[in-house]
Design a protein around this ligand. Structure first.
Ligand code: CMC
Length: 432
């Protein structure tokens, strides 16, 4: 028997099959030969939420969820966060290697050149209600970019594709800042090509009318590290949305808008917002135990805890926890930090969490930093989206170049009625 095979006996028929194995995986289509009768459709795998289904081969991000390891293109996240900035990491994710000095200069100059948004895009943002959810505004605005750059639909042209990549990485902070200022009813600050990506982002967000704003270097670095930590995370929900929508070959703005929609949910990028609400609701250290009891009783989830892939401490959460201390030295501490630390301490000792291997994830401490930087909670997922755009685009480009990729179109197990006759008279009543 060849070693890289899996022998399967169908006990319905007694027939035996040999399925080939590669990289610990069977080809789902090989299951289709397993039939009970000749006109049977063949076996499928049922996997809601894709908990055990590989949808692509990828060379971008590696996660070892058991050990709590995260690598971008083979480099540990801890080293990248310490030694490199967000645009260098975005280049690494996209091209597979860290940039040389020359490549970095070209990359950053292309990105800063594309940072300004069309004035009608600003008008579009102005037209949203001031109290609209920021992720809704960002998603709609990114979708609208497809109407301003119709050439983006030409996916065969390599240079054209690159231009959309520069533009989306460049314009995400501009759009995010416009949305924030619209919400706060502050005038728009245009991008400044002279500044670093993150200093420019902070300036567009926080410069007041007549002041010259210079972000504190610790704050600038902290936001940059947060962007690095959020830049990619293999086949998460929003990346899957990006790849899935991109598989029908629309322009990348449409696919990115779908990814932003996926990121907005509380089980994904929206969790950081809910963590802060939860910490506020708990209010003080002495009320943590009672909150944990409610989680144990299944009344609510502990936001910022648990992960589909990590069954160990999320390495990004460790970095953010340390980063929070640096930031608080500059801004003064966040009173909710004590509540968060106590919550983590109790949860990590509690049998409910230990048994289910639930640890703090990337969203547990990030909100505490965003809050002291001056962001309202509803903006937290937007900051996640700005960082994750780098990953979405790298994954988009990879899927485009992957000959195995096809239109994403899952199967279903149909459990509805089989063929039924429409009752007499129903169609007639519609025409009256
Ligand atoms: N609090 C309490 N119980 C939990 C939690 C939590 N945060 N997460 C999972 N569980 C329990 C769940 O109730 C289930 O228990 P039981 O076996 O008794 O039914 C068990 O753990 C397995 O949960 P699951 O829902 O099957 O696991 P999943 O892999 O589908 O969920 C998750 C992953 C991230 C959706 C979930 O852990 C969760 O809802 N966490 C809170 C939201 C959150 O922090 N999301 C951010 C994720 S990291 C950033 C990102 O990638 O966007």
């Amino acid at each position: 028997m060849p070693r890289n095979t899996l022998s399967v006996t169908d006990n319905r028929t007694g027939k035996e099959y040999e399925l080939s194995l590669s990289k610990g995986t069977i080809q789902a289509m090989d299951l289709r030969q397993i039939k009970e009768t000749d006109d049977d459709f063949g076996l499928m795998a049922y996997d809601p939420g894709f908990t055990n289904t590989a949808c692509c081969r990828s060379r971008i991000t590696y996660i070892d969820g058991e050990q709590g390891i995260l690598l971008y293109r083979g480099y540990p996240i801890e080293n990248l966060a310490q030694e490199y900035n967000f645009l260098q990491v975005a280049y690494l994710l996209f091209y597979g290697e860290l940039p040389t000095q020359e490549e970095y200069q070209e990359w950053t100059s292309q990105i800063s050149r594309h940072a300004i948004v069309h004035q009608n895009i600003r008008k579009l943002i102005d037209s949203f209600p001031h109290n609209a959810n920021p992720m809704g505004m960002v998603m709609s605005t990114v979708a609208a970019l497809s109407t301003y750059y119709p050439e983006a639909r030409d996916l065969k042209d390599h240079e054209n594709r690159r231009r959309q990549v520069y533009r989306l990485i460049a314009q995400m902070p501009t759009i995010a800042a416009c949305v924030h200022r619209h919400k706060e009813q502050l005038p728009y600050i245009p991008p400044n090509e002279e500044l670093s990506y993150t200093a420019n982002f902070l300036t567009m967000l926080f410069q007041t009318d007549h002041s010259s704003y210079v972000p504190h270097s610790v704050i600038e670095r902290a936001l940059d590290v947060l962007l690095v930590l959020h830049a990619d995370h293999e086949q998460n929900c929003s990346t899957n949305a990006m790849r899935s929508v991109a598989s029908s070959k629309p322009d990348p703005y449409s696919a990115a808008a779908a990814a932003i929609g996926a990121l907005a949910g509380p089980l994904h990028g929206g969790a950081n917002e809910d963590v802060l609400r939860m910490l506020r609701q708990i209010g003080s250290k002495d009320r943590v135990q009672a909150h944990v009891e409610r989680v144990r009783r299944g009344e609510l989830r502990l936001m910022g805890f648990g992960h589909r892939v990590y069954k160990n401490y999320d390495p990004r959460a460790k970095i953010i926890k340390a980063l929070a201390h640096d930031v608080f030295e500059v801004t003064g501490s966040n009173p909710l930090l004590d509540v968060a630390l106590e919550l983590e301490r109790i949860a990590l000792e509690d049998e409910y969490f230990v048994k289910r291997r639930l640890y703090p994830n990337v969203d547990f401490y990030s909100g505490l930093i965003y809050q002291v930087l001056g962001f309202p909670a509803s903006m937290f997922p937007v900051l996640f989206a700005v960082g994750r755009t780098a990953g979405w685009l790298a994954q988009w480009e990879e899927s485009r170049n992957d000959p195995d990729q096809k239109l994403a179109r899952p199967r279903q197990i149909y459990e509805g009625h089989t063929h039924r006759h429409v009752p007499a008279g129903l169609s007639a009543s519609v025409s009256k």
